[in-house]
Design a protein around this ligand. Structure first.
Ligand code: GLA
Length: 401
């Protein structure tokens, strides 16, 4: 099993980043900030339907060292993306104009300025060990850590919820990806040792203890390292289909269709004659998925974590068959791991590639990893990267040595 790419301690990471910051920008960093990637335990494609989600933060983080500038320049440099430092004027930011990774920090600055906050220029040095394109929210980690760094540098005092909302807006309106708020809330608000039970309608939430090791269990992430083309377009299409379903049913969002009313709602949809079955399936996924979040929370709070396994696997089938966002590699992780004795497994995140989570008995971890790897070899797929999803802390300011 691989560990994180950066398993140095956080203080050590801060020291290295500070040295690089001085080299790059010729100034002393004033702050060191971190925000994590996430896995979502259950509640997929529910967030833009005002529904429920249950993410945990991963140990993988994106960090920023930051210092203020006397002018209006935003200078950003990434360790992980080859290329020169990107220099932008805070006064010239326009949606769609900043290509590549720098669009995320630029978008956050643009949103903060648009919200009426006063920002001065800044130098930001970024390092990340959140796998990119893996469905583990590397974009949200970058947005949230930027929002935190700019908030602290400029004395804005933004709350974790505000960091998440501004970050989502940056992704929606500057980068142009119509995501919900799951990833940004996870990165900003998760707590170590917990999953975040979140109502995405009003952002009310509860930290739920999630200590799988104490139960003799492990939650694994299996990153298929595939990203299928057109994923972003298909995401927007799913979102539009859900909105069409809500309109046809006369509700503000699909969250407002209660699980006991699902059959009646589907019959109403059928009667409209609008649909060839696609919207019906999307509605069924969202309503049953909200119900699965409720089931998982009940089981966790009743101290019956093993029983969440079948709920996860059922959630995968719904994402595969009703929501059509899975892919052969994700389906293979789920099939091979559950056949080898995993308690449950499902894709996590937006889908069309990326990662699955797999719940296993601790002593079966190695055997199940090997079974999945063998199945990937047999199918001719590149082997998945496997690591443990240890519920970790959300965004924070770290110490500089
Ligand atoms: C992506 C989006 C989230 C959420 C998930 C699916 O990660 O960024 O807002 O919709 O897909 O649950």
């Amino acid at each position: 099993m691989t560990t994180t790419q950066d398993d140095r301690g956080e203080l050590d990471r801060a020291a290295h980043a500070a040295a690089r910051h001085r080299e790059l920008f010729g100034t002393e960093p004033e702050g060191f900030f971190a925000a994590p990637g996430r896995a979502n335990l259950i509640g997929e494609h529910t967030d833009y339907n005002d529904g429920f989600v249950m993410p945990l933060a991963l140990p993988h983080i994106t960090t920023i060292t930051a210092s203020r500038r006397a002018d209006r320049l935003l200078r950003v440099h990434s360790r992980d993306v080859p290329g020169p430092t990107v220099e932008l004027s805070l006064d010239g930011l326009t949606p769609g104009t900043v290509k590549g990774w720098a669009g995320y920090p630029a978008g956050v600055a643009w949103v903060l300025l648009g919200a009426g906050h006063r920002l001065g220029g800044a130098d930001l040095y970024v390092e990340s060990d959140v796998p990119t394109g893996a469905g583990l929210s590397s974009s949200a980690a970058l947005e949230v850590v930027t929002a935190l760094a700019l908030s602290e540098l400029n004395g804005l005092g933004l709350t974790p919820e505000e960091l998440a909302r501004h970050s989502q807006r940056a992704e929606n309106d500057f980068v142009g990806m119509p995501c919900g708020i799951l990833d940004q809330m996870a990165s900003a608000c998760c707590a170590a040792g917990h999953v975040l039970y979140l109502d995405t309608r009003d952002l009310s939430s509860r930290q739920v203890p999630f200590d799988m090791a104490a139960e003799g269990l492990r939650l694994l992430v299996m990153d298929t390292q595939v990203k299928h083309a057109h994923a972003d377009g298909a995401y927007g299409q799913r979102r539009a289909e859900c909105e069409a379903g809500a309109v046809a049913l006369g509700v503000p969002a699909l969250r407002d269709v209660a699980y006991p009313d699902l059959d009646a709602a589907l019959a109403r949809l059928d009667a409209t004659g609008l649909d060839n079955g696609v919207i019906r399936r999307r509605v069924r996924h969202v309503v049953t998925e909200d119900r699965r979040v409720e089931r998982v929370i009940e089981l966790l709070e009743a101290g019956r974590p093993r029983e969440i396994g079948p709920v996860l696997t059922e959630g995968h089938a719904s994402l595969r068959d009703d929501f059509a966002v899975s892919c052969p590699e994700l389906d293979l992780v789920v099939a091979a791991s559950t056949e080898a004795g995993a308690l449950g497994a499902r894709m996590t995140g937006g889908g069309f590639g990326g990662s699955a989570i797999v719940l296993v008995e601790a002593d079966a971890t190695a055997a199940i990893g090997e079974a999945v790897t063998a199945a990937f070899d047999a199918a001719g797929h590149r082997r998945p990267r496997i690591f443990e999803a240890l519920p970790s802390a959300g965004a924070r300011r770290g110490a500089l040595p």
